[in-house]
Ligand binder design. Structure first.
Ligand SMILES: [Zn+2]
Length: 559
């Protein structure tokens, strides 16, 4: 029979990059043997400038069905949002087990607890032990990164071993002593690795990155030199950094207060797992901190990227309850500037200086290190693993190509390095690697406000648009004088009946104008802050007046 020959045909491994290849963020790779598939990571991304009203972006996975794949599990490399952030939205529909290490699942559990009516099936991912998922043998290999418990995934297939690095670096002196398992990568290299799928984030940076540990002394020096309050902002999932900040605070006789929900949650997860070496006496609440003298207080705050809803922006604008910056205070940015956020961060600096405080950032002192392997480390990985084929992922096109040159420098022939961005499948068989069929790998834009109202696969922005409609607001501001020009212009679709619409919008615009006039020059001169104010105010107004929460797309332009 004809069909039998297809069944005994040679195995083919297909890779489907749904996200994170040709861009930063929303990392997701699906590996398929026949129709049996696993997903490695399920991340979210952030909107690009101009995508108003969008909070997060997640991969469009509608092609999973079209491709006829049977998904067995999601396997996670680590707990960063760009690797797990889409799960609260996508997992209820996928409804498969999720494999991850302790900290990764701890962080994910907090996120999934906000999804009502769904109980995720979490399974531990033991390090350096092989487990079977469908036709795949899966093995987690410890790596260092800017988050605890990161792993690379070795995928054992009938065609050979695939190593999916996830995000990694070679930190020679990790804070928790959990080093990258060089010996295991080398041992797999001895066995023979078919394909290396590797992080390209820092392929454009030469040399090796410094150890996380190098940040500690710079933090201590900066903090001990300040007579006032110290606020430190950093990425809220980096517990190695939090540990070092707490240590520096304790060394200079300060108590630590946390400002920002994600920070409180992540710290709580790490403390519960016994992964943060701190005591309860070292912490105070923001309220308690307000009663103490400035020199006894250190606040760790979210919002290092100038995110308009995070704690630091509110602190800098004098709008954070119980916490006022003043002369002599210091705000330390123990963080990098993610490209695209420069303007928001520069605006944030100015707000801090207006309160009388000073800023110290990683451009002035070694207050931050990257969690990603640089050129030398990437080459070391390739030399350990000695893959037959190489597939650069996690990065924009320029990063992928630089990573390809690094691969060629280690002796991998150019024809053995595949460049395949999101939506371009890759096919590996006994006769080699090549581009497979293209598939649909788009993006879904989500307004992250109402995460607790997720209803299966119904994505929020579609639902809000369908049920509550949309309001656009155009606000013109005289930047020099920090005042509104004319009245805000409002328009709606699907919110109000046509007959009443003009009347209602007139009243809303007038009330919004009065509200903004009271906000003062500083807020109005900051278009991100003004935009957020317009968005929040209009949502509240429509909720109060009409019982609806429409999507609000504010546009603020300055003259
Ligand atoms: Zn990461």
């Amino acid at each position: 029979m004809m069909n039998d020959t297809t069944k005994i045909s040679k195995p083919v491994l297909r890779l489907f990059p749904f996200g994170g290849v040709g861009e930063f963020g929303k990392n997701m790779m699906v590996y398929a043997l026949g129709d049996d598939a696993i997903m490695v990571d399920c991340g979210m991304g952030f909107p690009e400038p101009g995508q108003h009203g969008v909070d997060i972006v997640i991969p469009d996975i509608s092609a999973l069905n079209d491709l006829g794949l049977k998904l067995h599990a999601v396997v996670l490399t680590h707990g960063h949002e760009d690797h797990i952030g889409a799960l609260p939205l996508l997992l209820p529909a996928l409804n498969v087990p999720v494999y991850g290490t302790e900290m990764t699942l701890g962080l994910l559990a907090r996120k999934m607890s906000e999804v009502q009516g769904f109980k995720p099936d979490f399974k531990g991912l033991p390090e350096q032990e092989r487990i079977e998922i469908g036709p795949f043998g899966i093995e987690a290999i410890p790596v260092t990164h800017s988050i605890m418990d990161a792993v690379s995934i070795a995928i054992h297939t009938p065609l050979g071993i695939v190593i999916h690095t996830g995000d990694f670096k070679f930190d020679p002196a990790p804070i928790d002593g959990r080093a990258t398992a060089l010996h295991r990568f080398a041992a797999l290299g001895d066995q023979g690795v078919l394909l290396l799928v590797s992080d390209s984030t820092n392929a454009t940076r030469t040399g090796s990155g410094p150890t996380e540990r190098s940040v500690g002394p710079a933090l201590k020096q900066a903090i001990s030199g300040c007579a006032g309050k110290v606020v430190v902002t950093t990425f809220s999932s980096n517990m190695f950094r939090i540990q070092q900040i707490v240590d520096a605070a304790v060394a200079s006789g300060r108590k630590v207060a946390l400002a920002g929900r994600s920070l409180e949650r992540n710290t709580e997860v790490a403390r519960k797992l016994g992964r943060l070496h701190v005591t309860s006496e070292q912490f105070v609440s923001i309220k308690q901190a307000a009663e103490m003298s400035d020199a006894e207080v250190l606040v760790i705050a979210t919002g290092s990227q100038g995110e308009s809803r995070a704690a630091l922006v509110r602190i800098a604008l004098g709008k954070f309850p119980g916490l006022r910056l003043r002369d002599g205070d210091l705000v330390i940015f123990s963080s990098s500037m993610i490209p695209g956020n420069e303007r928001a961060i520069a605006g944030l600096f100015s707000h801090i200086y207006r309160r009388g405080a000073r800023v110290l950032h990683a451009g002035q002192a070694p207050l931050h290190v990257s969690g990603h392997a640089q050129a030398h480390e990437l080459k070391t990985m390739m030399q350990l693993v000695r893959p037959r084929y190489m597939y650069p992922v996690h990065g924009e096109y320029r990063n992928l190509i630089e990573h390809k040159y690094l691969a060629m420098a280690t002796g991998i022939p150019e024809g053995h390095v595949i460049i395949a961005e999101n939506g371009q499948s890759v096919r590996v068989a006994a006769d080699g690697i090549r581009a497979g069929d293209p598939f649909h790998a788009g993006a879904v834009f989500v307004d992250g406000d109402q995460r607790d109202e997720i209803d299966g696969m119904v994505l929020r922005d579609r639902r809000i648009l369908a049920e509550d409609g949309i309001v656009t607001a155009v606000v013109a501001i005289n930047r020099q004088e920090g005042r509104l020009i004319g009245s805000p212009e409002l328009a709606t679709r699907g919110v109000l009946h046509q007959e009443v619409s003009e009347d209602v919008l007139g009243r809303a615009a007038e009330a919004l104008r009065r509200h903004l006039d009271h906000m003062g020059q500083e807020l109005l001169a900051d278009d991100d802050a003004a935009k957020e104010e317009v968005r929040v105010w209009l949502r509240r107004w429509f909720k109060r007046q009409h019982g609806r929460r429409p999507m609000v797309l504010p546009t603020v332009f300055e003259i």
